[in-house]
Design a protein. Structure first.
Length: 353
């Protein structure tokens, strides 16, 4: 898999012009959703070098991250003159960069792509690392491809217009990066004041978070080994996300991951001896900022079945987890029984209230 350049922007116009110059192209397409069309496209469409760019706008939220929307993007590219030498700029959050990335990976067997993530989740997770895809058959990210953008441009100015819920959604992935990296980074993250945001401090934390992911991806681009560290919190988290989506009450990805980290930190404590003080401190931060995902004991079997369908599981059908014995001390390919998972769900319900 080819590498991508991540640029922490000081001047978006200059940085985007340089990124475009790196990729020979005959035509530029900009993928937006209904929100980024209104709030983010005006930031870049005034740049002279984008005066002939063609916009493709899709619906907002994860509900549109599907085959129908993907087909619409393919159709727009085809009917508006895209060739194998065209380039797509994905301007949006994780849904836009995931779906747009998959569209770019598959149209004409692959066209050049630049990601400009406009949400915190997009910056620290979805746009970096090369994973693209869509939801399919009721399952999260069931179909996709590894296809890194040529360049990812990070401009934290976009975050100033982001609502609190979406900011917290991205911050959950940063907290995960802290837990799998080092105690100093984790401690800064759980101590960050989400009620009075210092955006200069946040930009530094974003850069450190991206660096954590880049280091892991560079070691294992196709998720054969250590890249599974990035799945911490996601086995349970994706189950919560799929459960909420199926119930017609979707939750933001980071909120599901935060819930998943509560479960998997508890299991890490039981199985690997993760320290109780750090368990409590992390869960306190999650409880204060994310609240509780609603489910009852009658939903355990359905949540367990969602976990059984997770892509990270082995052929034998066991549910596979990434666990940590200490901040930064990672143990991949740890399996859990149905009783173990029910115990995690009990702990989440009792702890989160």
């Amino acid at each position: 898999m080819s590498t991508q350049e991540v640029v922490i922007c000081n001047h978006l116009e200059n940085d985007l012009q340089k990124a475009l110059a790196k990729c020979e192209h005959d035509k530029v397409f900009v993928l937006t959703d209904e929100h980024t069309h209104l709030f983010c496209l005006p930031v870049i469409d005034k740049f002279p070098f984008l005066k002939d760019a063609v916009e493709i706008c899709i619906g907002v939220e994860d509900i549109h991250k599907n085959l129908e929307t993907l087909a619409y993007v393919w159709t727009e590219l085809s009917t508006k003159g895209a060739t194998r030498h065209s380039l797509m700029i994905n301007l949006g959050g994780g849904m836009v960069t995931d779906l747009g990335g998959f569209a770019a990976a598959t149209f004409k067997r692959g066209i050049s792509m630049i990601n400009i993530p406009t949400t915190l989740l997009g910056m620290v997770d979805a746009s970096v690392g090369g994973k693209t895809g869509i939801n399919f058959n009721g399952l999260k990210n069931e179909v996709g491809a590894f296809y890194p953008a040529d360049t990812v441009l990070i401009d934290c100015e976009f975050l100033k217009s982001l609502d609190r819920a979406n900011l917290l959604s991205g911050y959950a992935e940063m907290l995960k990066h802290g837990l799998i990296s080092n105690t100093q980074h984790w401690s800064e993250l759980v101590g960050f004041d989400m009620d009075h945001i210092d955006y200069v401090h946040l930009q530094r934390l974003v850069g450190e978070s991206i660096a954590v992911k880049e280091r892991v991806v560079a070691q294992d681009p196709f998720e054969k080994g250590i890249r599974k560290a990035l799945n911490f919190g996601h086995t349970a988290g994706h189950a919560f996300e799929s459960f909420a989506l199926a119930a017609g009450h979707p939750v933001l990805h980071g909120y599901a991951v935060a819930a998943g980290m509560v479960c998997e930190l508890y299991f890490s404590h039981l199985r690997m001896g993760f320290p109780k003080d750090k368990l409590r401190q992390t869960i306190r931060f999650i409880k204060e900022n994310y609240g509780r995902i609603a489910f009852t004991c009658e939903d355990y079997e359905r949540l367990y079945n969602f976990m059984r369908h997770d892509k990270k599981n082995g052929a034998e059908g066991q549910v596979n987890f990434t666990l940590i014995s200490e901040v930064g001390d990672i143990h991949i390919n740890q399996t859990a029984t149905q009783d173990d998972i029910y115990d995690m769900l009990d702990f989440y319900s009792e702890t989160m209230g």
